[in-house]
Design a protein around this ligand. Sequence first.
Ligand code: NAP
Length: 360
Amino acid sequence: MKKYKVGIIGATGMVGQRFCQLLDRHPWFEIVVLAASPRSAGKTFKEAVSGKWKLADPMPEDLADIVVMNATDDVEKIASMVDFCFCAVDMKKDEIRALEERYAKAECPIVSNNSAHRFTPDVPMVIPEINPDHIEIIEAQRKRLGTKRGFIAVKSNCSLQSYVPALAPLMEKYKVTKALACTYQAISGAGRTFETFPEILDNVIPYIGGEEEKSEKEPMKIWGHIEGGEIVNATEPVITAQCLRVPVSDGHTAAVFCSFENKPSKEEILQAWKSFSGVPQQLSLPSAPKQFLHYFEEDDRPQAKLDRNLEGGMAVSIGRLREDTLFDYKFVCLSHNTLRGAAGGGVLLAELLAAKGYFD
Ligand code: NAP
């Protein structure tokens, strides 16, 4: 596999730092551009992240002297230096939409962690194990944009990266009709640490702006299908969600309730989870977990602190499956929000796109 030259737009942010960490010594991707706001542009990466490096592991040393470029002023220059870019920026939605389209139109494919384009009908929103076929919509998007190489592909919100994978293997055979998810979300999802978010200690905050809507709506696009140059959203299962911020550094937990048209036995659900694998596993993509869904028999698992880093933070942990009085079943699941739920999910999507030739 040839090494692709990669840029990170928003490299100095929390998700950007995760990209730096995951791409350092990646077998297929080589970081050649780091870009951020005018506040960071012109500084070395080491200077730009000084005092705001948020990960437990130190900054990759070989990135220290790279001079940060201006993500909004240097679009054409950056596009000429890379094969594609990851994007995770904190800007207004309409600004992000426009910025990502500028890169795409400059023939620079964008793999985005931002929500701005998630509901653009010809932009694929992909969890690579679940809807890898949605990347085929890129041809229609390129036609609309008038590009040969450039396009935008996005990953979905971190809140749903545990329960959508858990429900996915049950959809076709047993037909999930409705699901209720209460999420318990880590503070890194807000770009915060315990140092910068002291009011979360000894506390639960029952509101995360926009999160419940995303948690209910985005799965419908992921379970949708391509028709006439766009992705048509699924209409079932009906999902209702409640999202809480909890004093956990990393790892979003979800308590899930679900009902089926053809109710499976508990053993059938466990078997479906155990045997579930997708294109990333079949293609042995470098960031793919070997076993995507792990079931824990212990009553007190999964736990964010113990289980979030399973398979490099790319696997989903599930536990406590049991029958329910109002729904058919209930269970608890967990995924790492800045790995599988953000940068790791973006890297896996990029690996899928690379393997399928979309960056050539
Ligand atoms: P963050 O830590 O606040 O980082 C924001 C990044 O955007 C920084 O690199 C910043 O550069 C850059 N930026 C800000 N204004 C800019 C401008 N005008 N032009 C160019 N670059 C600009 O945010 P984050 O938590 O990494 O989140 C980034 C994106 O990922 C957001 O859209 C967020 O919704 C999404 N996301 C986050 C998570 C998560 O778990 N945190 C999960 C999924 C998706 P400077 O350092 O120079 O200011």
